[in-house]
Design a protein around this ligand. Structure first.
Ligand code: NAI
Length: 343
């Protein structure tokens, strides 16, 4: 089975080559993203493997179908960049629903500790043989209140990590769960009482700009905002206002609403056009990482293993539990009940 692998990065290759070889799946790596201009590269392959910023729109799907391609393997959980309805009846779409919730939760705590103990500043100082401690005063997390929004796979692990630090943990979830180490409260109470707020809910119409101008008035003064979920959960301009008004004490962002043309790329020799991002990065109490929370060896191994497993399942004619259900838009539920392919 020959798969065209788009938007390939150096860190993707080892696990995909090794696991693919063992299962008879051969990958050809293309550094370019899949889109209307590059889709012809997929000619002659049995399938394509894509990531979060490949643009799999209707025209691309029609072209892939014309080349005889019958499977798109997403090596990520989200699929907002694939026109899944257009795929119905033509091309099967499989994904990796979870790769390492620990990777994301641990990165969130790494950002929080970096921020409260000023590690990013201390690192730069000692590199320059400056051993002064002025301006590096942090605070104890022990005894502080963490507010976790979204207690699914990642949020519940972050809640447990916070408990381990001796923090009081409040949580808000649209669908609370009995086995989460936190006290569920209303969103307003979480905003009012939390010293640290961490976002772990999905991006939906309901959660779009969850942290926005109106929210600022409800927050505890000096709160630290952590976002390792999706950029558009925060209105970045409102965040800047909150920081300037000293309501928000610090922000740690692994995701950003307008990240798709910027993150994963090297702009170090260029002028970045995005003034909002540039302003955030210029602030001493803002830490930005480039959507790297997932990036651990364990997660990369899981992504490769699940993706190859999905492709093998498709090749061998089985019902793949990680296939999307494009027909009704319910993603997983109806197919699980029917135990059959969508088409
Ligand atoms: P999950 O689906 O296991 O959990 C999401 C939770 O959010 C669920 O408990 C759900 O009930 C809750 N939720 C849904 N709507 C809500 C609402 N309106 N208000 C409050 N809670 C709501 O998802 P998982 O795996 O924990 O992922 C969480 C987020 O992390 C996702 O947005 C995902 O895209 C992001 N993520 C980020 C990565 C990174 O590298 N930065 C890597 C992987 C995931």
């Amino acid at each position: 089975m020959k798969i065209a692998f788009f938007d390939a990065k150096d860190y993707d290759r080892p696990a995909f080559l090794r696991i693919g070889k063992a299962q008879g799946v051969e990958f050809k790596f293309f550094e370019t993203k899949l889109g209307e201009d590059t889709v012809q590269l997929a000619k002659g392959f049995d399938g394509v493997c894509v990531f979060v910023n490949d643009d799999v729109n209707a025209a691309v799907i029609d072209a892939l179908y014309g080349y005889g391609i019958r499977v798109i393997a997403l090596r990520c959980a989200g699929y907002n960049n694939v026109d899944v309805k257009r795929c119905y009846g033509k091309i099967h779409v499989v994904r990796v629903p979870a790769y390492s919730p620990y990777a994301v939760a641990e990165h969130t705590m790494a950002l929080l500790l970096t921020s409260v103990r000023r590690i990013h500043k201390a690192y730069n100082r000692t590199k320059d043989f400056n051993f002064s401690l002025n301006g590096l005063t942090g605070f104890d997390l022990h005894g502080k209140t963490a507010g976790v929004i979204g207690t699914g796979k990642i949020g519940r692990i972050f809640a447990r990590i916070c408990s381990g630090f001796g923090m009081r943990v409040l949580a808000y979830d649209k669908y609370p769960s009995a086995d989460v180490e936190a006290t569920y409260v209303s969103l307003d109470r979480l905003f009012e009482e939390s010293d640290v707020i961490s976002l772990h809910c999905p991006l939906t119409e309901e959660t779009y700009h969850l942290i926005g101008r109106e929210t600022l008035e409800k927050l505890k003064k000096g709160v630290i905002i952590l976002n390792t979920s999706r950029g558009a959960l925060i209105d970045a301009e409102a965040l800047i206002e909150g920081i300037k008004r000293r309501i928000v004490g610090a922000a740690c962002l692994d995701v950003y609403e307008e990240e798709s043309d910027i993150f994963f790329r090297d702009f170090s020799g260029h002028i970045v056009e995005d003034d909002v991002l540039a302003r955030l990065i210029s602030m001493p109490n803002v830490i930005v990482t480039s959507h790297q929370a997932f990036l651990t060896e364990e997660a990369l191994e899981n992504i490769a293993e699940t993706t190859v497993g999905n492709l093998v399942c498709f090749r061998d004619g089985g019902v793949c539990e990680n296939e999307l259900c494009y027909n009704c838009g319910q993603v997983e539920d109806c197919r699980k009940q029917r135990k059959a392919k969508c088409f």
